[in-house]
Design a protein around this ligand. Structure first.
Ligand code: FES
Length: 65
């Protein structure tokens, strides 16, 4: 899903560049090689970063077999 329409950045793009603890919105944009333009996406990006930091890392389940 597109989060930033100005830069055509999806939630997947943000997740791929936002997996460091303490990442800021600005740092993620820099990592993507983009700059925020209208800024309307910033609250969503901030929320996404918070979710990534707060959610425990998912462990792979036991192998079926
Ligand atoms: Fe992201 Fe405009 S929607 S800068």
């Amino acid at each position: 899903m597109y989060i930033c329409l100005c830069n055509a950045i999806t939630d997947r793009d943000f997740r791929a560049h936002a997996e460091c603890e303490g990442c800021t919105v600005s740092a993620v944009y820099r990592s993507l090689g983009k700059k925020p333009q209208c800024g309307k996406c910033a609250p969503f990006v901030r929320q996404l970063l918070r979710q990534i930091v707060e959610l425990p890392q998912q462990q792979p389940g036991p192998a079926a077999g």
